[in-house]
Design a protein around this ligand. Sequence first.
Ligand SMILES: [Zn+2]
Length: 306
Amino acid sequence: MISLRGVAVHNLKNIDIDLPKGKLIVFCGRSGSGKSSLALDTLYAEGQRQYIETFSPAIRRFLEKVEKPKAESLEGIPPAIAVGAFSRPSGSLTVGEATELRHYLASLFVQVGHVFCPECSRPITSDTPQTVWQQLRDAIQEGTKLQIVFTPPLEETSGKFADIWKEQGFLRGCFADAGRTEYDRRLISFRLDEPIPAKLYQPGLFIVADRLIFNPNNEERLIESLETAFDYGEGKCSVLLDNGVFHFSRTLSCGYCDVHVPRLTPKLLYTDWSDHIHFFNDVRSPTLSGLYRLTISELIQFFDSL
Ligand SMILES: [Zn+2]
């Protein structure tokens, strides 16, 4: 039961009232009789106020301060939402939109969601030299030959290309020769201080930041070289093996499809990206738009299962 005593908000004159929970209750009366003073300025306002009280003082500083409604006592009020009389030119609002729950869910997805590539469905994460190191350590064996490379920014692949990179302290480049089939055979290395192959100015060109034999004790050197490659490669780098290639990106983008994720803000959840941000790190887990397709009871079940 919600129990209100001596409510004196606006034109309410010290009223006492008990309201059962879990029921649909209608206040009616002529204009100015205090319907919205009771519903919005008392019940909703106190529900909001108590809800905000549950946050730490540090967070409360950023929330709008709600004054305590004028009354002797207000008991049993749960967190409240107010749904106004909205109108929209086309169609009707969903419950999620009318209650602004959609906005809160969007904020939640931005915090906990996992982005998957719309093209290839691979998880999109941002890499750091440390996470790349961990992935390599798990994926490749000691003694594997690898090259840490980056793609030079486009404007620098012409003219005095070799001189520019030589001056930065790099010794080698390599590129993929499209003429043959297997990746390892297609990869042609060259030295930056020797005459450069004619096929140089083409996509698929890399500058080599480091070449080494993989050794789990080599963490420091590998991380340093990855840092260099990320810096010169404008946030991207690749690791070439004899039989494959790994792509990494410091920004949220799919290294395989050249798909870039804009900055993760709740606004993004109002675009097509909403279909590619999943609740769990599993492409089959719900997206925000997937949640909207659930019935209320399915939705409750979903949140209960968390
Ligand atoms: Zn992709």
